[in-house]
Write a protein that binds this ligand. Structure first.
Ligand code: IPD
Length: 265
């Protein structure tokens, strides 16, 4: 199994770096100023699709028996039991505006477990990676969460999904949370937010309504760096609700979110 994990990590890192270089070097310079035009959105959509194709073509060449699940529609079971979960650009709106926090997120799952997670953030010059049971790293340095602060001193990241009806409810939860914590951040890439918890650049993170490709890799990085991750009390992290924080703060945040009705419409 260890050999498998090492191989998966190598392939994931290479795929993420190839896609990251393609996206960084291929982004038209004027995309930010043209951001209100439909054409700019189309360019980003094309880059997203091309990035996913680059990654899935690479997996087809290196690990042809594996399955894939990608944001842009890649979906196959494969026969090896390994499935790659791919977000070709996480933080698309940041990418569109020339904001640096976008990433390529790649995870490998087998038998319902994430074995490897890689989040590559080209404009940060950083790659976050984790192998199940073997710790988390930023580039080649071990990554660790910050010790849990008292709740009122926590810097908490969150995000707002793109489903219109949910955004008002998410804003309401954030409105009630702001006076209770140090501050709130909305970074724009869920994968990077989870890695920021792993690095101690955020104390905690929560979001409702993610997709597997947004969180699969970052979830493992956060856990391997010492964070607890989950959803509602007693439940695993899912797309429905994602919470990540070091022990102590995790339970506090989960409890507060329950009080604030974070998962009720
Ligand atoms: C989005 C980002 C964002 C989060 C959204 C996601 P995308 O992913 O992760 O931070 O708030 O819920 O959909 O669309 O840029 O891949």
């Amino acid at each position: 199994v260890t050999d498998l994990k090492a191989e998966l990590l190598g392939v994931a890192l290479e795929a993420a770096h190839r896609a990251g270089a393609f996206l960084r070097d291929g982004r038209p310079d004027d995309l930010g100023v043209a951001a209100t035009k439909t054409s700019a959105v189309d360019v980003v959509t094309e880059m997203d699709i091309a990035s996913e194709k680059l990654i899935t073509d690479f997996f087809a060449e290196r690990r042809p028996a594996d399955g894939v699940l990608g944001e842009e529609g890649a979906s196959s079971e494969g026969s090896s039991g390994v499935q790659w979960v791919i977000d070709p650009i996480d933080g698309t709106v940041n990418y569109l505006y020339g904001r640096p926090d976008w990433s390529v997120s790649i995870a490998a799952r087998k038998d319902g477990e994430t074995l490897v997670g890689v989040v590559h953030a080209p404009m940060r010059g950083e790659t976050y990676r984790a192998v199940l049971g073997e710790g988390a790293f930023v580039n080649d340095k071990p990554a660790h969460t910050r010790p849990a602060p008292p709740f009122e001193q926590a810097l908490v990241g969150t995000g707002f999904g793109y489903v219109a009806q949910r955004r008002a409810q998410q804003a309401e939860v954030a409105r009630q949370l702001i006076p209770l914590v140090r501050d709130i951040r909305r970074g724009g890439s869920a994968a990077i937010d989870l890695c920021d918890v792993a690095l101690g650049r955020l104390d905690a993170y929560y979001e409702r309504g993610l997709n597997p490709w947004d969180f699969a890799a970052g979830d493992l990085v956060a856990r391997e760096a010492g964070a607890l991750t989950g959803g509602r009390p007693g439940e695993a992290l899912t797309g429905e609700l994602a919470i990540a924080a070091p022990p102590g703060l995790f339970e506090d945040l989960q409890g507060r979110l329950e009080e604030l009705g974070a998962w009720h419409d």
